[in-house]
Design a protein. Structure first.
Lengths: 451, 405
C-alpha cells in the first residue's frame, strides 16, 4: 500500500518542492476543474507552449466545466494522447521527465499524466559522416521515435520488433533494441538482451557509454566490434542479415551488433553497384587498410634496414632526396605524422567557418615549407599523405581510429627491427584479431557463424 | 606482486628488443654511397687494381641538383676486394653500399690467366647480388669504360647494361651473363662460359666529361658486339658480330634476331626471327660424336631488295623459307666449325646435353670432352616459318620494275 498523493490539499506545494526541487523550468499552474481546485504540472523545457495550448489548454477550457471527473474529461477531450494514472510522486516525476503534463484535481487520489511533448527537435537531415551517392539521403536523429519511424517506413512488417530498456538511473533515457524476429538468431538476441538488461539503472545515458558497455572486450579493443552508423540503408541491410540495432535517446546513430572485421569494409552503397565494381572497391578498401596500417612501417624498415630490396633507380632517388637532411628517417617520419594528425584533429575541432580554408592552406604551407627548407624529404610527405588518405577509405569512421593508432606501433617496431619487425607485428596483430569475438562471432572469419 | 612481475616482464622484453634488435644495422640512405659497378685489373703495387663506380644521388633529384657529374670513379690497389672496400671506406665520408651493384668488369688479362681471386668475395659477401652482370674488358680500357658516358645515359655502367640488354632483346647479339651463371659454367664439366666483351670505339678524352652529353656528333661509343670465349677457365679468344650472334642463338638465349641472305649479287633479303627455339643433341656413332642442332623459328620479312623475287603468294613464302633455312644452317655450322677448329672449346653446352641424355658415355669422355667436341661431326637442321611480311605484301621494287610507260 503506497502513500496517498496528498493528505490535505494545502500541503501539496510543499510536496512539489520536495519532489521536484527548486528548478526554474518546473511549472505548476493552479486552475479550476469544474469548480474544484486543480494543479497542472510540467517542465517548460520538455513541453512546447503551442502544443500545450492546442492539445491541453484549449480542450480544458471547452470541456473541463462539463466533466464530472478527470477520467471523463480525458476520455472526451484528450482521447488521442498517451495517458497514465499514477499515485506515486516518483513515477509522476519520471513521467514529467518524459515530456508529460500532470493533472491533479482535488478529490482524486490518482494524478493523470498525458504525453504532450513538442520541444524543439532537429529535423531529419542528410547523412554527414557517411555520405553516399545513391543511397537514401536520410540520417537518424537524436529522437528514438523518429529513428524507429525511419526504419519502419521501409521495413513495414510485423516481424520488425523492438524492446525498450531503461538504462539510465532515473529510468528516463531509453535504449531500444531493434531486430527482425524471424531472421535473428535466438542466441544472439538473448545475448544482446542480457547485456542491455544488465545495464538497467547503471546511468548509461550516452551512446559512447553504451558502446563501451556493449562491446566484448572492455579493456583493450584496438579494433571495433560494434558498428556505428547514421544511415538508414546500412541499418536495414544489417537487420535483414540477422543483426540487431540499438538506439539510445539523444544519439543520432544506431549501434549495430555484432560486427566482425569484414563488415567494416562493406559499404551500404555496394549494393547499388555492379558486382565486379563492388568486388573491385572492396579489394581497394582492403588495400587501403594495409597501406594505412603498414606503409610508414614498411617505409622505415626498407629505408633503414633493407635498403637492398628497393629497385636501383628508386634507391638512388631516395638517397638523393634524403641527402643532407638533419633528422634520421624515423624522427622525420614521426614529425610529419604528428603534424598530419594535429592538422586532422585541428580541422575537426576548428570552427566550421575557418576550418576548411585553414587546413588546406596549413597542409600546403607547412609541407612545402618543410621540404623547401630541407627539414624533411618529399618522400616522407608522400608516404604520410598517402597513408592519411588511405585511412579515410573505410565506410565506418570508428574503424579508422584503430588503424591510426596501430600505425605508430608499427613505425616503432620497424625502426628497431626493420621489415622483420613489421611482419612480426603483423603476426601478433592477426593472432590478436583471430582471438577476438563479437557476440560470439569470430572476428576474422568470413561469413561468420556464431561459435 | 603481480603488477611488479608484469612490469619486470615488460622491461625485460624491451631490453631484449633493444639488445637483439638490429639497431646497429640501421643505415640512413642519405649517408650511403651507392656503388653500381666494380672493375678489376692487374695491379702494380697490390695484386689487383680495383675501380668502383659510385653514384651522386642528389644529381637525380629536382631540388638538390648541382649539375656536377652523375657518377664518379675511384680506385684502389689491394690484394683482395675486401681490402679495397675497407680502404675506400676510410677515404670517403660515406658508407659504401654494394647491394645495388649491377656490373662487374674484369680485365682481359686476368681472364686470360684464369685469375679469379676476386670472385670468391663477390660470391660470399651478403651485400652483393650474384645476379650482377659480368663483362670482360679489352686491353687497358677499364678506366675509360667506367668514365665514358653514352648518349642519354650519363652513368657509364647503366649505359653498358642498357645497351647489353637492348642488344640481347632486339637482335640477340649478346647475352648479359650473370655472375651466378658464369660460375656455374666455370665449375661444371660439359660447357665452357662466354662473357660479353666490352671495348670502346674511338676512345677520346672528351667523352669522359659531362659536356659530352651536349655534343651532337657522338663518335665515342661502347662496342658490345663481341664475346669472350673460354676454354678450361681461361679466356682463349673472342668472336665478333655475326659469329657472336650465332653463338647466342646456338645457346638458345636469343629471343629475336635478323638473318640476311643474298638473292642476287649485292642484293639482300632480310628476315627478322622471333620465337627462336634451339634443340641440341649429341649422338655417338662408333667412337665419334655427332652434334645435332635443330632450330625452329617464326619469321617476318624485313626487307627485300630484289625486284620480282616476291609477290606475296604462298609459293614465294615457301621459297624464302627454304633459302633462309639453308643460309642459317650454313652460318650456324660454320660458327660451330670455327669454334671447334680455333678454340676447341664447347661453349654451346653440347656436353651438358650429352650428360642429360647419355650419362654413361658422358662419364667416359668427360675429361677429354673439349677434344671430343673439336673432332665431332655437325648436323644442323633449321626450320623457319616465315609467316608475315609487315604491312605490305608485294615490295615496291616490283612495281618500279613492271611500270609501263
Amino acid at each position: 500500500m503506497t502513500k496517498p498523493l496528498y493528505e490535505t490539499w494545502d500541503e501539496l506545494e510543499e510536496t512539489f518542492e520536495l519532489t521536484f526541487g527548486k528548478t526554474t523550468d518546473f511549472v505548476k499552474v493552479p486552475v479550476l476543474f469544474n469548480g474544484r481546485k486543480c494543479w497542472i504540472l510540467y517542465y517548460s523545457s520538455l513541453v512546447g507552449s503551442s502544443e500545450l495550448s492546442s492539445l491541453l489548454m484549449l480542450p480544458f477550457n471547452l470541456h473541463a466545466a462539463k466533466s464530472e471527473n478527470v477520467e471523463q474529461f480525458r476520455a472526451t477531450a484528450l482521447a488521442s494522447l498517451n495517458y497514465m494514472y499514477i499515485n506515486d510522486w516518483i513515477v509522476i516525476a519520471r513521467q514529467l521527465n518524459k515530456n508529460s503534463v500532470c493533472i491533479l484535481a482535488e478529490g482524486e487520489q490518482e494524478a493523470l499524466t498525458v504525453e504532450i511533448g513538442g520541444y524543439a527537435e532537429r529535423s531529419i537531415s542528410e547523412p554527414v559522416i557517411q555520405p553516399s551517392i545513391y543511397g537514401p539521403k536520410i540520417a537518424f536523429t537524436e529522437s528514438i521515435v523518429t529513428n524507429i519511424s525511419i526504419l519502419r517506413r521501409v521495413l513495414r512488417t510485423k516481424s520488425l520488433q523492438m524492446e525498450s530498456f531503461d538504462t539510465s538511473s532515473d529510468m528516463v533515457t531509453g535504449t531500444v533494441l531493434v531486430y527482425l524476429e524471424d531472421v535473428i538468431e535466438p542466441d544472439l538476441l538473448n545475448e544482446a538482451k542480457r547485456r542491455i538488461q544488465s545495464l538497467e539503472g547503471k546511468k548509461v545515458t550516452t551512446s559512447t557509454h553504451l558502446m563501451k558497455e556493449l562491446r566484448d572486450d572492455k579493456k583493450t579493443n584496438f579494433f571495433p566490434t560494434l558498428m556505428v552508423t547514421e544511415r538508414q540503408d546500412a541499418c536495414i541491410a544489417q537487420l535483414m542479415e540477422g543483426r540487431a540495432v540499438v538506439f539510445i535517446d539523444g544519439s543520432p546513430s544506431g549501434i549495430i551488433l555484432p560486427a566482425v572485421f569484414q563488415d567494416f569494409f562493406r559499404s551500404s552503397e555496394d549494393a547499388y553497384l555492379p558486382r565486379p565494381m563492388m568486388i573491385f572497391l572492396r579489394v581497394l578498401r582492403y588495400c587501403a587498410f594495409f597501406i594505412a596500417l603498414l606503409l610508414p612501417g614498411i617505409y622505415i624498415g626498407v629505408i633503414n634496414y633493407n635498403y637492398e630490396i628497393i629497385p636501383i633507380n628508386l634507391a638512388i632517388e631516395i638517397a638523393g632526396l634524403r641527402s643532407n637532411l638533419p633528422f634520421p628517417s624515423v624522427i622525420e617520419l614521426l614529425l610529419v605524422e604528428a603534424a598530419f594528425e594535429i592538422m586532422r584533429e585541428g580541422s575537426i575541432r576548428m570552427p566550421k567557418i575557418v576550418g576548411n580554408a585553414l587546413t588546406v592552406v596549413g597542409a600546403l604551407v607547412i609541407g612545402d615549407a618543410a621540404v623547401q627548407a630541407g627539414i624533411v624529404s618529399i618522400v616522407v610527405i608522400i608516404v604520410v599523405a598517402f597513408t592519411g588518405l588511405s585511412s579515410y577509405a573505410f565506410p565506418y569512421y570508428n574503424f579508422a581510429f584503430s588503424v591510426r593508432l596501430l600505425r605508430f606501433i608499427f613505425i616503432g617496431v620497424a625502426s628497431m627491427l626493420g621489415i622483420y619487425g613489421v611482419f612480426l607485428g603483423c603476426i601478433i596483430l592477426f593472432a590478436y584479431l583471430v582471438s577476438q569475438r563479437s557476440y560470439g562471432y569470430p572476428y576474422l572469419q568470413l561469413n561468420a557463424k556464431r561459435s | 606482486m603481480y603488477p611488479f612481475k608484469k612490469m619486470m616482464a615488460g622491461l625485460l622484453s624491451l631490453t631484449l628488443v633493444a639488445l637483439l634488435g638490429g639497431c646497429g644495422d640501421r643505415v640512413e640512405p642519405g649517408h650511403l654511397l651507392v656503388v653500381t659497378a666494380v672493375g678489376v685489373t692487374k695491379g702494380d703495387k697490390g695484386k689487383y687494381h680495383f675501380y668502383f663506380e659510385g653514384i651522386n644521388p642528389s644529381e637525380f633529384t629536382e631540388t638538390k641538383r648541382q649539375s656536377i657529374s652523375n657518377s664518379f670513379l675511384f680506385d684502389n690497389e689491394a690484394d683482395a676486394l675486401s681490402g679495397a672496400i675497407s680502404a675506400i671506406s676510410q677515404e670517403i665520408p660515406l658508407k659504401p653500399e654494394f647491394s645495388h651493384m649491377q656490373l662487374m668488369a674484369v680485365d682481359r688479362e686476368l681472364l686470360q690467366n684464369g685469375d679469379y681471386g676476386y670472385l670468391d668475395f663477390m660470391d660470399r659477401f651478403d651485400q652483393i647480388r650474384n645476379n650482377l652482370t659480368l663483362v670482360a674488358v679489352n686491353g687497358k680500357d677499364l678506366r675509360h669504360v667506367f668514365s665514358t658516358t653514352s648518349p642519354g645515359l650519363t652513368i657509364p655502367s647503366f649505359g653498358i647494361l642498357m645497351q647489353l640488354n637492348e642488344l640481347h632483346e632486339k637482335v640477340g647479339g649478346n647475352y648479359p651473363t650473370t655472375l651466378l651463371r658464369f660460375m656455374k659454367s666455370l665449375t661444371e664439366t660439359g660447357s665452357n662460359p662466354v662473357l660479353p666483351l666490352v671495348q670502346i670505339k674511338n676512345p677520346s678524352e672528351k667523352a669522359e666529361t659531362m659536356d659530352y652529353a651536349k655534343e651532337l656528333n657522338k663518335q665515342t661509343s661502347m662496342d658490345l658486339h663481341s664475346i669472350a670465349v673460354f676454354r678450361e677457365e681461361k679466356m682463349v679468344g673472342e668472336l665478333k658480330d655475326l659469329e657472336a650472334r650465332n653463338v647466342i642463338v646456338l645457346q638458345n638465349q636469343a629471343k629475336n634476331t635478323i638473318y640476311n641472305y643474298s638473292c642476287s649479287p649485292n642484293k639482300y633479303i632480310s628476315i627478322a626471327l622471333q620465337y627462336i627455339a634451339v634443340k641440341k643433341k649429341v649422338v655417338y656413332q662408333t667412337d665419334k660424336p655427332i652434334l645435332k642442332v635443330y632450330m625452329h623459328a617464326t619469321g617476318t620479312i624485313n626487307s627485300i631488295q630484289c625486284a620480282n623475287y616476291f609477290t606475296g603468294k604462298s609459293k614465294d613464302y615457301i621459297r624464302i623459307n627454304k633459302e633462309l633455312d639453308k643460309t642459317i644452317e650454313k652460318e650456324l655450322a660454320s660458327t660451330i666449325d670455327k669454334v671447334q677448329k680455333k678454340y676447341k672449346s664447347d661453349i654451346f653446352g653440347f656436353g651438358e646435353k650429352l650428360r642429360m641424355s647419355d650419362y654413361k658415355k658422358f662419364k667416359e669422355v668427360k675429361d677429354r670432352w673439349d677434344d671430343e667436341f673439336a673432332g665431332a661431326a655437325v648436323e644442323v637442321v633449321v626450320h623457319v616459318n616465315v609467316q608475315r611480311s609487315g604491312i605490305r605484301g608485294e615490295p615496291f621494287m616490283n612495281r618500279i620494275k613492271n611500270k609501263k610507260y
